[in-house]
Structures are given as C-alpha cells and as structure tokens.
Design a protein around this ligand. Structure first.
Ligand SMILES: NC(=O)c1ccc[n+]([C@@H]2O[C@H](COP(=O)([O-])OP(=O)(O)OC[C@H]3O[C@@H](n4cnc5c(N)ncnc54)[C@H](O)[C@@H]3O)[C@@H](O)[C@H]2O)c1
Length: 311
C-alpha cells in the first residue's frame, strides 16, 4: 500500500515507519524535523523535509497518491499550547485542515488515521474513560485534537473521507524525546541513565495510563487495514502513579536513587486511564506489553544512549 506518514521522523512515527517498511509498504514521510530526527527513518522511506501544510509538501502528497495517511505531525506540547494557543492551533488545526483539503482534492481519497490524545477528556470523568466522555478539554492542545476529530466526522459525511482517530494515552518506549506527552518516562530514564536527579512534581501520586509504543504502532497498523470510523482509545486502562514509574526505572538504572521533589504543576491532571474496549471490539486490538517489561526495555535503551554499559 502507498502510505503517507506525517511526523514519520518522530518518536511514534519512526517506530511506525520501521514496521510499515518491514511489511513492504511504499512510504512517503513528511516531517519538518522540528522534534524528529532522520536517524529514526529506515532507508526505504522517502522524506520530504517540510512543514506538512506547505504548498510544496501538499503537492508531493498529491503526486504520491497515497491510499492511506497516518497524520502524526503536530505541536505535541500541551503546556506550550496554554502559553501560545495560536501557534498550537496553526499547526494542529489549520495545517491539519489544509491536509484534509488536499485529501478531498485527490481523485481516490485516502483513508486517514489521526493521532488524537487523552487530552480530549476533561478532568473528573469516571475512569477508565470511555470515548463518549470526551469534551471540554483542559488545554488548547486537547481542544485542537477534539476539533480535528469533529472535522474528520464532517469530512466523512460531506466528502466520504474514511477516517479513524486514535486517542493515545501516555505513550512511552525507546527513542522518546523528553517533551512528548508521555515524556515522564523519557525524562526519568534520561536523568537516571546519566546520573542526574529526576524531578517529581507534587507527591508523585498523580496517575497516568502508560502504553508502549509497540502496542501503539500495532493499533495504527490495524487502523490502516480496517474500515472502522470514529474515535478509539489506545491505552491499557491501568492507572500507574508517577512514583511507581520512577521506582521501576530506578530499580533498573540506578538502585537507591531518590527523586528531587518540586511543587505540583498547575493544570496537571490528577488521574488518567482510558478504556480500550472500543479498540478491542473495533480493531481486535489489545495492549500486550506489561509496564515492568516495557520500562525495562526503555531503560536499557536510554542506558545504551548514555554511553554506559547496560547492567
Ligand atoms: N507521545 C505521546 O504520549 C502522545 C500521546 C497522545 C498523542 N500523541 C500524538 O501522537 C503524535 C506523535 O507524537 P510523538 O510523541 O511521536 O511526537 P514527536 O515530536 O516525536 O513526533 C512529531 C513529529 O512531527 C514532526 N512535526 C511537528 N510539526 C510539524 C509540521 N508542522 N510539519 C511537519 N512535521 C512536523 C516533528 O518533527 C516530529 O518528527 C502527535 O500528533 C501527538 O500529539 C502522542
């Protein structure tokens, strides 16, 4: 299949492109390398280094005539969206709309798989959150992700554009940058692997739903191959607190290490976990990587990067 991956040089994108290349798909990656790296790209993937909404990039997409698009490129920092909602909306809403318009103009409309987020849920919904609970996001980043989901629904009915939004929980795994939403694992692992102190905000009892990047890639591949429409969570439905993540990583990287304590960050969600029942029935998808195992592999990768020998 001819597949366009925007943001394919990023953390999730690199893992996805590797898997799709291994399956023999013809790939085009559009990435401006603002947070991604060419190191993440296997050789068969062709890279257009550009903003994905730039006219030349959209022309390259039209010439490529993709059968499917995985749209991962985004401004990924929820806190940054609070500081500069305009910049967030320019990339995450307006540029994404330009991409959808380019899809509409294609004779054979591609299937669109969109990277949405747990940020579409408000604080305080019953956990694990089900898809219908989305609404009133706490950050402009979440508003933008939800807006795109609504645009996709419009394009589905008005222009027969097939699409599925996958709402990722906190994704973690090798190669993650420290700014991403699931970044706490990368931040802790990088600090612990390099003898720096990792910082925990508040009491560390805030919970997140940590899903391994290999499972996320598997959900994306299933989404490409299915005709399912709408929005599905991609998650584990398990709440894990930040202290536990620190303890598991420290056990592997630097036993006995203590975190630095910092005041709670305003706007930090207290608890998060998402149900994956819809993805299980709609895509036959389930998370397979247990957290302890996934964190161990991630810790070893960061240790390898730091130049020290894995224990
Ligand atoms: N990592 C998580 O925990 C998580 C959770 C929920 C949703 N998501 C979503 O998944 C997607 C991928 O996230 P990631 O963690 O791999 O982040 P990432 O920063 O590693 O990847 C994003 C990629 O997009 C590229 N990019 C950014 N703006 C661009 C633009 N205007 N034009 C072209 N390329 C651009 C970056 O260079 C990077 O390679 C994003 O849409 C993000 O919002 C991630």
């Amino acid at each position: 299949m001819r597949i366009l991956v925007t943001g394919g040089a990023g953390f999730i994108g690199g893992h996805l492109v590797e898997r799709l290349a291994g399956e023999g798909h013809e790939l085009l990656v559009v990435d401006d390398l603002s947070t991604g790296s060419v190191e993440h790209l296997p050789p068969p993937a062709r890279l257009v280094e550009s903003d994905f909404a730039a006219p030349a990039a959209l022309a390259a997409v039209a010439a490529f005539r993709p059968a499917a698009i995985v749209h991962l490129a985004a401004q990924i920092d929820a806190a940054a969206s609070v500081v500069d909602p305009l910049a967030d909306a320019r990339t995450n809403v307006l540029s994404t709309l330009a991409l959808l318009e380019a899809c509409r103009a294609l004779e054979a409309r591609p299937r669109v798989v969109f990277a949405s987020s747990a940020a579409v849920y408000p604080e305080g919904v019953p956990l694990p959150a089900r898809e219908a609970a989305a609404g009133s996001p706490a950050t402009p980043y979440g508003v933008a992700k939800l807006a795109v989901e609504h645009y996709l629904a419009c394009y589905r009915s008005a222009h027969r554009l097939s699409s599925l939004a996958l709402r990722f929980a906190n994704v973690y795994g090798p190669r993650q940058g420290a700014r991403a939403e699931g970044g706490v694992v990368a931040i802790f692992a990088r600090a612990l692997a390099s003898d720096r102190r990792a910082r925990i905000f508040g009491d560390g009892r805030q919970t997140r739903d940590f899903v391994h990047v290999a499972d996320v890639v598997d959900a994306l591949v299933r989404a490409l191959g299915s005709a399912a429409q709408g929005s599905f969570n991609v998650s584990t439905a398990v709440e894990t607190d930040v202290r536990t993540v620190f303890a598991l990583l420290a056990g592997r990287l630097r036993p006995g290490a203590e975190p630095e304590r910092a005041p709670p960050r305003p706007g930090d969600v207290a608890r998060s976990a998402l149900s994956y029942d819809a993805a299980a029935s709609g895509l036959g998808w389930r998370p397979t990587v247990a957290l302890a195992e996934g964190l161990a592999g991630t810790a070893d990768w960061f240790l390898g990067r730091s130049g020290k020998d894995p224990r």
